[in-house]
Design a protein around this ligand. Sequence first.
Ligand code: FMN
Length: 732
Amino acid sequence: MLVSVWRYAHLALALVSSVFLLLLSVTGVILAIDAVNEKMPPYRIENIGSLDLSQTITGLRKVYPEIIEISVDHNQFVSIDAIDAEGNTVKGYIDPQTGKYLGAQKNKTQFVQWTTALHRSLFLKVTGRIIIGIASFLLFLITISGLVLIIKRQQGVRHFFAKINRDFFAQYFHVVSGRLFLIPILILALTGTYLFMVRIELLKKTNQTVEYPVKENETEELAIADFSIFKKTKLNDVVKVEFPFMEGDPDEYYVLKLKDRELTVNQLNGAVHKEVKYPFTALAEQFSLDLHTGKTNMIWAIILGLASLNIVFFIYTGFVITFKRTRTKIKNKYKAADAEIVILVGTENGSTLFFANQIHKQLLADGKKSLLLGMNHYQYFPKAKHLLLFTSTYGLGTAPSNATQFEKKLLAYPQQQSINFSVLGFGSKAYPDFCAYAYAIDKLLSQQVWASRLIDLHTVNDKSVDELISWVHHWSEQSNIALASAPAIYSSKVVGLKKFKVIARSTVSESNSTFTLLLKPLGKMKVQSGDLLAIYPAQDQRERFYSIGCKDGMVQLVVKLFPDGFGSGFLYQLKADQVLEARVMANPSFHFPKTAPAVALIANGTGIAPFLGMIAENQHKIPVKLYAGFRKNNEITAQYLEFTDVQKKLGQLNDVQLAFSREQQGQYVMDLIRQDGKYFIELLEQQGCILLCGSLRMQQDVEATLNEILLVSTGKSINIYKENGQVLTDCY
Ligand SMILES: Cc1cc2nc3c(=O)[nH]c(=O)nc-3n(C[C@H](O)[C@H](O)[C@H](O)COP(=O)(O)O)c2cc1C
């Protein structure tokens, strides 16, 4: 909860100030480069700190009989405005020890002047300065809230510098560079705010002036070399020395501008006539300016430049993190009172929500009453039959930020009916408490009288889609509710839509509601039988998936037309030559096993689609048998048989057996399997593969039948072959 407050504050401040901060950081980088550049010419004299003013002026007087002023800038370059022995005017950098002319003073380029003005006031005078001042102050608050977030993330100040585990690049970069540039950015923010306050005169600056009366012994004249104030003053403390206009006139003075005060000095005897002390605010202003601009130190200027550049990346990575966290938009159709499947998500950075939403969308598309909520929204779910808990783990094995209330609420709202639950933990093995919060929740749920475990807790390390799919398979099998298992569905990387031309579509009839659709990819694309095609009938977020069978470089779908079917209705109205936009979702765990010694393909209904493609592409003539179950023997099953006849003649298919459940002597595909029990035992024992595609019900029945046969003859259960990768499924 506390983390969210800081996080929202951090985000809100960043949102408000990002445009200005972006502008300030980009211009800041340019000005930092200029500050570094400025120091490049070799005008700096090494021992400037050891020279005093009396030596310097005495020496320079020999080279320049008439001096108007001497200045020492922030780079400690000494410049002079004077007339030399030949009567030439000299303006530029000199060596203060020898008077040697080193080079002309250069004005800032137009571009740097423009950038400076933009950086200081956005060309908006006082209004601009106020905006910039506020942006600097917001940067200060952002830095502080960021600091708190890093401390919380690292589990305390003690671990502030401990290793940061990499979640995803933007976040890793944001945290690591946040830690690295914390101090320079804090300094930039504070000095920027201070300069703004001084410049708009929020802080008062009043000089303190002291006039010194002339002392008796000060009437005698002294040589400059003997002026005690000049002897005491080191050259590196000087900002400027203005020389008297008329030499010898006691009413004309030296004006000595130092960093903290200004002195008026008698030109005949060196007595201090007047002293103007600058207030603390003015000194602090100068100090802030030096710190803010890095103009006094090249290394500091480089650090500030990098820090400014980093702010640009901060803004970018910060928005990437926010986008990731908020990109998943939940659409709920059902209320808590009506939902039959409730998915509760515990998430900090949104990735678990993304996975949960992919499942939720499929369930809704399948007509299931699914509800997706954050774990803190746990309440009574009077119609719920299934409770799915997807949660990440944070901190020291604790709840993510939207699950902090869950345990309390779970105990406060005991459900009134029995509900099947399944917990899926998301975490990272880089942390010692891998998925600890998911384990804790799983245990807590198992202790509730109303909760009955449907499947054991599964874990997902580092957002592994394969591990998620393992849960999908198990949960689907046990709940008898279809979920797609193509990894691409759960991958956050969205592959672009591709165009397909409709080549042919068969028609449905009273006795047959299934049709085939042949599509030609327009342009190059990677697609294999067993992959899925995602279509978007309403060109919105709603997708429907169909198994692909590949044939002569084309994609064939077998679709059952449902009355008012969102996907099937859309596909059925397509006409030849029409162009369809769709996405191919690779499904590598259901590709034809090219190295298997023999393969059995088992399907029911439209599940035959990928197998038609696999047989057509079996150029290596791996021994293949096809077993398929349908309701009726009709035009479409006749088409399948025509196809398999051709394939048998080509040697790409050894045998085909069809079962019809609604014909006389109703038969199911399991009956065919039982009849060929011996073949299946040998197939699996000799490392052959079985592929299953169709309804989940058929998958369960087929697996139960095979299990029975196997146990009797080999004593091994089907699970051994499944784990060995010899039984591949894509059922829905
Ligand atoms: C600061 C931080 C602490 C984490 N602590 C743990 C932990 O203790 N145990 C664990 O298994 N995973 C831990 N993780 C990994 C996350 O749980 C994992 O990346 C998860 O997939 C994130 O899901 P989310 O994006 O839905 O929040 C941590 C990640 C971060 C960034």
